[in-house]
Ligand binder design. Structure first.
Ligand SMILES: *[C@@H]1O[C@H](CO)[C@@H](O)[C@H](O)[C@H]1NC(C)=O
Ligand SMILES: *[C@@H]1O[C@H](CO)[C@@H](O)[C@H](O)[C@H]1NC(C)=O
Length: 146
């Protein structure tokens, strides 16, 4: 009996340690405070919806390698080919950050970088998941009750 219980406890500890999952309203509050509501014309719902479909609100998410070998990091899945450096392969490093900065639990630099990304001509189309699941949709449910 002792071993399974220990194993379960260890598993829970490891899981907790591996993922900081923001709550929907928790994230809404942080993004609003950071001036994301209406940033470049995108309402708060767009950012929450994007973060959900990119990372499921997990600030430590690291995506599987993309076809060009780059990876995506953190709650907004910021790409290492264009926006941050992971020390592997070519990068434009537009946000002048190490990608590791985007997988800690302090998302203030993720927010700064997302603002930089959306200032590019692609705007929010830079996020494939946003284009697929959020663009042009009724986004009221993402901020409901927050
Ligand atoms: C998060 O990081 C920023 C700098 O990137 C810092 O100013 C801020 O105090 C940090 N917040 C917390 C809660 O540690
Ligand atoms: C979006 O959905 C909400 C709740 O379902 C509804 O009240 C609202 O009228 C909708 N807005 C638009 C623009 O369709």
């Amino acid at each position: 009996m002792k071993i399974p219980v220990l194993a379960v406890l260890l598993f829970l500890l490891v899981s907790v340690n591996e993922a900081k999952k923001y709550g929907r309203c928790e994230l809404a509050k942080i993004l609003k405070k950071a001036g994301m509501d209406g940033y470049y014309g995108y309402s708060l719902g767009n950012w929450i919806c994007m973060a959900y479909y990119e990372s499921r609100f997990n600030s430590r998410a690291v995506g599987r390698p993309n076809s060009d070998g780059s990876r995506d990091y953190g709650i907004f899945q910021i790409n290492s080919r264009w926006w941050c450096s992971n020390g592997k392969g070519k990068t434009a490093n537009g946000c002048r950050k190490s990608c590791s900065k985007f997988v800690d639990d302090n998302i203030s630099d993720d927010i700064t970088c997302a603002k930089r990304v959306v200032r590019d001509p692609n705007r929010m189309n830079a996020w494939v998941a946003w284009r697929k699941y959020c663009k042009g949709k009724n986004l009221s449910r993402w901020t409901k009750g927050c």
